[in-house]
Design a protein around this ligand. Structure first.
Ligand code: HH2
Length: 402
């Protein structure tokens, strides 16, 4: 097993609300430069590299004030921000790689590949799940939520009865859901943990009925490898793991079934030195762990995990800087549905968060998410269809349509 040096590369999009300070707040400046300000002037992209070796950081420092480059320290050690248009950042990446050799070259080639594709305008648009491929080429996918729990924060108790659960899943699919995500343990803060026996008692009767009936793929929201194994045996195609492979047996279980996997960021405490870097690093790290366990990257989708070990402010920062997660190279799933971050802004309870969910789903789709996970499928399908039409104005509309 090759241990990968801790390096990380990602691309952020700088917009009119960003100041040099807001992007640089996280890396301790040791050069007095103004990369983010430069990025604004030059075209709106910032490339951030973390975990540089001393000679590597010297190479960046040697690039001088133009192109706008700043070096400092992040949570993975020496870090660098370079600002400018995609062509300039691509040139910088190529120059940087030319100066490397051996294991460092291999490590940086591996992490720089996806951001360089992102800068070239390419997005990760496919997800392999068992023998199917889900495409996000033309449109954002909608994952409908089915909670077979007594205590989920917005719909607990409504679908505990298997017949009601199956009916609801069929309704969600008819409303346009591309995937149905079935969960039998609430993950809301303060929820009582459920043992595998109880979780399976809730899931089994639903999955047994649903697998043969449902035309769209089923994912199971569980962090327990034992539950994942049983669900995969019944024929589900995806495991949605909110612990990001916390169970050591999870990756091999998913690999053996050739199933799709959602790796979500989670943390015990809402405490970060540098939120976006830490979330991106966690996801990259778990992606590499999945690969080592035999899950090719094509089978994995990444999720920043809104509300998991994060306060509202963390959630909004992650939403705003979603391209940093998209540039890691895998399709991104975002789950904003009815979450507390909406209630905190609008002062509304879980049942009155539809507009907030619509806004966050629209932003997610616009900023490159491939999948949104929601309760209100019919409304969100309409929202994402509109965003998709703007993303690709040639798609689905006749040239002379009014
Ligand atoms: N959020 C919830 C549960 N599972 N999975 C992913 N991948 N991403 C998410 O954001 C996510 C998730 C929480 O929402 P919900 O299922 O509605 O509530 P509860 O955990 O109370 O059942």
């Amino acid at each position: 097993m090759i241990s990968m040096p801790p390096v990380l590369a990602r691309v952020e999009v700088v917009d009119r609300f960003d100041t040099a300070e807001s992007l640089l707040a996280e890396i301790q400046d040791d050069s007095g430069g103004h990369a983010a300000a430069g990025a604004r002037a030059l075209g709106g992209f910032v490339l951030r590299l973390d975990g540089l070796a001393p000679e590597e950081v010297r190479w960046f420092a040697g690039l001088g004030p133009h192109p706008a480059v700043i070096t400092g320290y992040g949570p993975l050690g020496p870090a660098c921000l370079a600002g400018g248009p995609p062509s300039l950042l691509t040139e910088i990446c190529q120059g940087f790689l030319q100066n490397l050799s051996g294991e460092r070259l291999a490590a940086w080639q591996d992490v720089l590949g996806p951001p360089m594709e992102f800068l070239a305008g390419k997005r990760p648009r496919y997800w392999q799940i068992r023998d199917r491929v889900l495409s996000m080429q033309n449109r954002t996918l909608v994952m409908g939520i089915l909670n077979v729990t007594p205590d989920s924060f917005s719909d607990g108790g409504r679908y505990l009865d298997p017949a009601a659960a199956v009916d609801h899943a069929l309704e969600l699919a008819a409303a346009g859901a591309d995937i149905i995500d079935v969960g039998a343990e609430s993950t809301r803060p303060g929820a009582v943990p459920v043992d595998a026996g109880e979780e399976w008692r809730r899931l089994e009767p639903v999955l047994e009925r649903l697998v043969p009936k449902l035309g769209v793929p089923i994912s199971v929201d569980t962090y327990k490898a034992e539950i994942a194994r049983r669900a995969l045996e019944l024929g589900v195609q995806i495991i949605n793991d909110v612990s990001g492979l916390g169970d050591p047996a999870m990756a091999s279980t998913v690999a053996n079934a050739g199933a799709g996997l959602v790796i979500m960021h989670n943390a015990e405490k809402a405490q970060y030195q540098d939120l976006v870097t830490e979330v991106a690093w966690f996801l990259r790290n778990r992606l590499a762990a999945a690969r080592r366990a035999g899950i090719p990257d094509e089978f994995v989708v990444c999720d920043p995990g809104l509300g998991f070990g994060k306060n509202a402010r963390h959630n909004f920062v992650l939403m705003k800087r979603l391209p940093a997660i998209v540039s890691l190279g895998r399709p991104v799933l975002v789950g904003p549905s009815r979450k507390r971050m909406i209630g905190q802004v609008l002062g509304t309870g879980p049942q009155e968060r539809l507009e907030g969910t619509m806004a966050l789903a629209a932003l997610s789709a616009w900023m490159g998410a491939g999948i949104v996970r929601v309760h209100d499928v019919a409304a969100i399908v309409r929202v994402t269809r509109m965003i998709d039409a703007v993303q690709d104005p040639t798609w689905g509309v006749a040239p002379d349509g009014g």
